[in-house]
Design a protein around this ligand. Structure first.
Ligand SMILES: Cc1ncc(COP(=O)(O)O)c(C=O)c1O
Length: 408
C-alpha cells in the first residue's frame, strides 16, 4: 500500500436511487427498506422465532401451499437450484432437465455434477420446451426427476406447468420448478398444481433485496429425501438438516441473514396485502401496455407467441445500427433507468425490460417508453414521435374500459 492510498478517505456509502427495470434485482418498496434497517436480533432470540413463524406463514401463502418444509434458504436463486437438484438425485437415478435458456441450462449444469444420469430436452431461446418432447425422451426410462424453469429470465419465456405435471406423473417422477422470475407475478398454485419442489429468489417479483431463495417441498418429495441411500453431498444445502432450524425445534444450523429475512417478510406481507390475483393482473396489464408501446415504436419482440411471454421480462430485439451498451448507458446516465442486455447466445442481440413487483407500475412503463424514444433518437434510431407512449396509454384505456364493461 502506498502512503497516498493509506491517506485515502472513503466517503459515506451513497448508492444512486435507480429505477431498476431489469430482470432483477428490481426496485424495492420504501417499506421493505425500512424493514431492512430494523435492529438485528440473535437468530435464536424468542422474538426472532416468532418472526420466523410469520415468514413461513407468508411463504406458504405466496406459494399457495401447506407444505411442512417451506423456508427461505440463505442463498440467492442459484442456491434454490442447487438444493433441489442435490437433495433429490443420487447414484443410479435418471433425470430430465428442460433447457430453453441460460438459467434452465444452469439447472442442467448443476444436475450433471451429481452422480445421476441427466437427459437434456431443449427448445430454442425464446420458446417453451414441449412437454411431448419430454415424454418421448423419458420413454422406457426410469425418470426420477423432471426439472424446468417456469419463467426463463434470459429469454422472457413462461412455460405452462400442467402438461409437465402430467408427463412427470406418467414417469412417477418429481417435478422441480424454478420460479425465481415468476413467483408473485405469474399465476402459480403449488398445491393445486401438485408441484413437488418449487424455489424462487427474493429479488425479482417479490421485490426484496437479493440473497434469499424461498423453497417449498411437497410430501412426496419429502419421502424421497428421507429414503436417500447416501447423505446429500452438500452440507449447507441439505434440506432435511436445514429444517432443524426452520422446523419446530429451531435448532441452530447456520447463522441466517436476519436483516434479509426481515425484508423478505415485509415484501411478502405487502404481496399478500395486495393479493396474489391482483398482483398477477397488475403485472399482466403493465406488460401489455409496455408491449403495445414497444411495437408502436417499431421494435420487435423476441418471444413471438403471446401465451409464452413471461410478464416480468420483455425481451426486445436491438434495432440495427443502435449500439447495445451505449444505449443502455445513456438510459442510466440521463434517466437513472437500468435495463438489461442479453446473456448467453442473446448477448448483444436483445434488451430485457423488467417489470417486476414494485417496479410494475403505469408511471414506470410510460417513463421507460418516453426515455427509450429519446435515447433512440439521440443515437440515430428512427421512431415516430410519441408513438410508444400513446400506444401504451391506449392499451391501459382499453383494459380499463373492459373492466368497466365486465362490471356493468
Ligand atoms: C429463472 C432464474 N433461475 C435462477 C436464477 C439464479 O438466481 P441468482 O442470480 O439469484 O442466483 C435466476 C437469476 O436471474 C433466474 O432468473
Amino acid at each position: 500500500m502506498t502512503a497516498e492510498s493509506l491517506k485515502t478517505r472513503i466517503g459515506e456509502l451513497a448508492p444512486p436511487m435507480r429505477l431498476m427495470m431489469t430482470p432483477g434485482p428490481s426496485s424495492i418498496d420504501p417499506r421493505v427498506y425500512r424493514a431492512l434497517s430494523a435492529p438485528v436480533v440473535g437468530h435464536i432470540d424468542p422474538w426472532f422465532k416468532t418472526c420466523m413463524d410469520e415468514t413461513q406463514i407468508l411463504l406458504r401463502q405466496v406459494f399457495q401451499t401447506e407444505n411442512r418444509i417451506t423456508m427461505p434458504l440463505s442463498a440467492s436463486g442459484s442456491g434454490g437450484i442447487e438444493a433441489s437438484v442435490l437433495n433429490t438425485l443420487e447414484e443410479g437415478d435418471e433425470a430430465i432437465i428442460c433447457v430453453n435458456g441460460y438459467f434452465s441450462e444452469r439447472m442442467y449444469e448443476i444436475a450433471t455434477r451429481t452422480p445421476a444420469k441427466i437427459v437434456k430436452v431443449e427448445a430454442p431461446y425464446g420458446k417453451a420446451v414441449d412437454a411431448e418432447d419430454v415424454r418421448k425422451a423419458g420413454a422406457g426410462r426410469k425418470i426420477k426427476v423432471v426439472g424446468l424453469a417456469h419463467g426463463e429470465t434470459s429469454s422472457g419465456v413462461v412455460t405452462a406447468l400442467d402438461p409437465f405435471r402430467k408427463v412427470a406423473d406418467e414417469f412417477g417422477a418429481l417435478l422441480i420448478v424454478d420460479t425465481v422470475a415468476s413467483l408473485a407475478a405469474e399465476p402459480l398454485d403449488v398445491d393445486k398444481q401438485r408441484l413437488d419442489i418449487v424455489f424462487s429468489g427474493s429479488q425479482k417479483a417479490l421485490s426484496a433485496p437479493p440473497g434469499m431463495s424461498p423453497i417449498t417441498i411437497g410430501a412426496h418429495a419429502e419421502e424421497v429425501l428421507k429414503s436417500r441411500k447416501k447423505k446429500v453431498q452438500s452440507w449447507y444445502f441439505d434440506l432435511t438438516t436445514a429444517m432443524n432450524y426452520w422446523g419446530k425445534d429451531r435448532l441452530y444450523h447456520h447463522t441466517p441473514p436476519i436483516s434479509l429475512i426481515y425484508a423478505l417478510r415485509e415484501a411478502m406481507r405487502l404481496t399478500m396485502e395486495e393479493g396474489l390475483e391482483v398482483r398477477w393482473e397488475r403485472h399482466r396489464v403493465n406488460q401489455l401496455a409496455l408491449i403495445a408501446g414497444i411495437e408502436a415504436m417499431g421494435l420487435e419482440l423476441l418471444v413471438k407467441k403471446p401465451k409464452e411471454r413471461l410478464v416480468t421480462v420483455t425481451p426486445v430485439m436491438i434495432p440495427a445500427g443502435v449500439d447495445d451498451v451505449k444505449y443502455r448507458n445513456q438510459l442510466l446516465d440521463e434517466f437513472n433507468i437500468e435495463i438489461a442486455g442479453g446473456i448467453g447466445p442473446l448477448k448483444g442481440k436483445i434488451w430485457r425490460l423488467g417489470l417486476m413487483g414494485y417496479c410494475a407500475q403505469k408511471a414506470n412503463v410510460l417513463l421507460l417508453l418516453a426515455a427509450m424514444e429519446k435515447v433512440m433518437v439521440d443515437q440515430g434510431g428512427r421512431v415516430e414521435a410519441g408513438a410508444g407512449v400513446a400506444a401504451a396509454i391506449r392499451s391501459y384505456a382499453g383494459i380499463e374500459a373492459e373492466v368497466v364493461t365486465s362490471r356493468a
